[in-house]
Design a binder for this molecule. Structure first.
Ligand SMILES: [Zn+2]
Length: 423
């Protein structure tokens, strides 16, 4: 796919998924001699001041030298001239160790570049830096950043299945722990694929098992008594931001599995580090706006979202007195001694990492459980909104609101409307 299209691919993919079409990519019309085009390299944050680029060694026997190429990006698109960062001689042995290069940056501020690998053929006849190969090599370009996110899928196992205690509603079984894992895996994929942002996940399966300072914490032992470790991992894994993924539940005791859709709204909780900073508030506001727009279009939610300025997140204690109580917003919640109430956010604050906890909607409304169970749309779109908000906060995309998300949502809403009219 063309790199300049990549910014809109998330939306297009979501749209295709939303309308149930299979997303197929036409075979490219490659005119370059076979074997001279290097497949897309893999980028990763090596440190705050370096990005590692790794690529296949399958062509080492027919390549004399590789050229590591880089260009600037603007609004998540590659722009300007490609510049050669390095020439790396091939070891001439096919399928040896992967080829790699470390791009050393001049500052540790968040940066995104586009990278590609060009080649000089073994006999010197083909140099893919030449303009005639630009399309083919551009098609294999990828983004790389010095940004890494700690993704924390909330809970573990099958916890917070909102009706398991009462056993009253057998319709649309739901487990918050299982669903947040789906959002988390999708978010990891989206961040890398569309923005070049790396991530670490506090869990990748039903179990959570974290080793911190030489001690291992698993499931209940972690969450009941040492939950802040989820946040500590952000620092331990060299992450620049922490995000904990959740769906909400009410304290209402009457029919907790059957709350009206009117209670749905998006709350983004910011930790003490994030609420004072532009980065944290930009990410919180963008995610809140985009998830809300999607929820509205998907027919989950009526309420809107009220953005908050830096240092102006609303206290959880004041939520009910807030004139915008019908809307979701950016919230901070203090526990004892002014520390963050939520352990995961407190953990991130303690190690100096800005963090948020996103309550995407309420799972004790039937519509949320229904949409969560009938298709991939809900977690894929929530993940796309979360990824976009993170990219916005770090300055990789310019607009705070992702217009295409709403389009995807509209398609989804139209489809549901048609289904309702023609069952
Ligand atoms: Zn939760």
């Amino acid at each position: 796919m063309k790199p300049w299209l990549r910014g809109s691919i998330a939306a297009i993919a979501a749209l295709f998924l939303a309308i149930g079409l299979v997303h197929t990519v036409a075979a490219s019309e490659t005119e370059a001699p076979s074997g001279v085009i290097v497949p897309p390299p893999v980028t990763s944050k090596e440190s705050s001041r370096s990005i590692r680029i790794t690529w296949s060694s399958a062509q080492d026997d027919i390549v004399k030298a590789y050229y590591v190429m880089r260009r600037e990006t603007n609004d998540n698109e590659g722009v300007g001239e490609w510049k050669m960062l390095a020439e790396k001689k091939s070891d001439q042995e096919k399928d040896g160790p992967l080829n790699h290069y470390t791009d050393r940056l001049t500052s540790s501020s968040p940066q995104q570049y586009e990278y590609k690998i060009c080649t000089l053929s073994e006999n010197g006849a083909v140099d893919t830096r030449e303009p005639e190969y630009a399309k083919d090599t551009d098609d294999c370009a990828v983004f790389g950043t010095n940004i890494k996110i700690c993704i924390d899928p909330g809970h573990f196992g099958t916890r917070n299945n909102n009706y398991e205690a009462k056993g009253a509603n057998k319709e649309f079984p739901y487990s918050e722990a299982k669903f947040t894992l789906k959002i988390g895996k999708e978010l990891q994929k989206d961040l890398k694929e569309f923005y070049g942002i790396d991530s670490y996940m506090t869990r990748t399966g039903n179990t959570i098992s974290l080793t911190y300072k030489g001690k291992k914490y698993v499931n209940k032992k972690l969450d009941d008594r040492n939950i802040a470790i989820r946040g500590y991992m952000a620092k331990a894994e060299d992450c620049d931001f922490f995000i904990s993924l959740h769906t909400n539940s009410t304290g209402r005791v009457k029919k907790p599995w059957n709350q009206p859709k009117s209670i749905n709204k998006t709350y983004v909780f910011v930790n003490n580090e994030a609420r004072r900073e532009k980065l944290g508030m930009d990410i919180a506001n963008s995610i809140g706006l985009n998830v809300t727009a999607y929820n509205q279009e998907a027919g989950i939610q009526i309420a809107g979202f009220q953005t908050r300025a830096r240092k102006k997140a609303i206290s959880y204690k004041k939520l009910s007195k807030d004139p915008s109580k019908k809307n979701g917003t950016v919230v901070f919640r203090e526990g004892s001694g002014g520390m963050d109430y939520y352990g995961v956010l407190r953990g991130a604050s303690e190690v100096g990492v800005q963090g948020i906890l996103v309550e995407h909607a309420f799972h004790d409304t039937k519509i949320v459980r229904e949409q969560a169970s009938v298709s991939k749309e809900l977690y894929q779109n929530w993940a796309a909104c979360d990824a976009y908000g993170i990219a916005y906060g770090f300055g990789l995309v310019k607009k705070r609101e992702q217009q295409a998300q709403v389009i995807a949502g509209e398609e989804a809403a139209d489809k549901r409307l048609q289904q309702a009219e023609n069952p």
